[in-house]
Design a protein around this ligand. Structure first.
Ligand code: TRP
Length: 363
């Protein structure tokens, strides 16, 4: 078992997460079929929510850099899995968190969100007619929840969840609880929150708060965890802090993209002869793992898995295949981003400031 997998199993077993299967989700999406959505916190609530359809799905966007990478694309894909069944999809721009933890000025955050993040999310397939956006800094209701939660969580608990404690972390975490529960000010219903595993501490605190809250009535929030897209280096997850080991959306320099893909950590043997003889280790091969996230056609992926692991295909060919798919993805995306940038400029998206305004979109 690979290191990443071991870490995941440990998290699932020790921290009360639960693996999910396709039956649990009841959605036929390649992320679910391939286990790219792999665990939940709040299994019972999750099952009930998906059966009844009485839930919202929500996640946050950090407007802190001008590009997103494949890992963010995975979150968007996961959101799409749940959006259709849910009463409402909510995407929030975490501008206060970016201000507190990444020193991004609010005006700057607003500008990048409008020109870049929101158009990109729409380009990736979020339907503007079934999604509501808000900015943390413009939403007084999340502050009410944050203030209420601040009373119910102790410093010890923050420390246990985060380790080292900084005020910026505490305040962002309280806003995040506000975010996660905000749609319930319209009416209590379960929240399904697709995120990377790094966000689990926030989900845990939020769930603790829901159990204790006295003045406001909430149903539980469920964390749905998406497998990390691996760094091109082969260790750890893709992150914008390591641009050479990440694939951005879009990548405008195709030559640079090719260079990155060809340098990606490979699970193929060192020599061509050995590759033919032993086949590749798919558990360690970064290009193959990335294909799992972006190649929607199951039979094509299966064919590559068989050919590559048996040595019929060699790592250079898999890299070239991945590179070609990425080029297609970039080209398609770029024109869609341009299209949706205009949609956003014309104000043809739904932005709310309060639960009262959100109520219009929830029946
Ligand atoms: N903290 C999240 C991140 O770093 C962003 C975020 C803010 C968020 N509020 C949220 C995610 C609510 C999920 C739900 O990316």
């Amino acid at each position: 078992m690979g290191k990443e997998m071991e870490r995941e199993v440990r998290l699932v077993e020790e921290f009360g997460l639960r693996n999910i299967s396709q039956q649990d989700v009841g959605v036929d999406h390649y992320f679910v079929r391939r286990g790219l959505i792999f665990a939940v916190r709040g299994y019972e609530e999750f099952k009930e929510a998906l059966q009844s359809g009485d839930f919202y799905t929500l996640t946050g966007i950090m407007p802190s850099s001008e590009r997103i990478h494949l890992g963010t694309m995975a979150v968007v894909e996961a959101l799409k899995c749940f959006a259709e069944k849910s009463r409402q999809m909510v995407l929030l721009i975490a501008d206060l968190e970016s201000l507190a933890t990444r020193s991004v000025d609010l005006a700057e955050a607003r500008k990048t969100a409008f020109e870049f993040h929101i158009p990109t999310y729409l380009a990736l397939g979020i339907n503007p007619d079934s999604c509501v956006f808000y900015f943390q800094s413009e939403n007084p209701d999340i502050h009410k929840i944050a203030a209420d939660a601040s009373r119910e969580i102790t410093l010890q608990e923050f420390r246990a969840v985060y380790g080292a404690l900084e005020p910026a972390r505490i305040v962002s975490s309280l806003y995040q609880i506000g975010d996660i529960l905000f749609p319930q000010l319209v009416r209590p219903m379960v929240g399904v929150i697709p995120v990377g595993l790094d966000q689990d501490p926030h989900i845990r605190l939020c769930r603790d708060y829901v159990r204790r809250s006295r003045f406001l009535k909430f149903k539980q929030a469920v964390g749905v965890y998406i497998r990390d897209v691996p760094s091109l280096k082969g260790e750890g997850k893709m992150s914008k802090s390591e641009p050479h080991a990440a694939i951005f959306l879009p990548e405008d320099d195709i030559r640079e993209l090719r260079r990155k893909v060809y340098k990606a950590f490979s699970g193929g043997a060192d020599t061509l002869e050995e590759q033919r003889k032993y086949g590749a280790d798919l558990e360690r091969d970064v290009p193959f793992k990335i294909l799992q996230f972006i190649l929607k056609d199951d039979s094509e992926l299966r064919r590559i898995a068989e050919d590559y692991s048996s040595g019929r295909m060699i790592s250079g060919e898999v890299k070239e295949f991945l590179f070609q798919r990425l080029v297609e993805l970039m080209q398609e995306l770029q024109s869609k981003i341009d299209y949706y940038r205009d949609v956003v400029r014309r104000g043809e998206i739904r932005i709310v400031k309060t639960a009262r305004e959100l109520a219009e979109y929830i029946d």
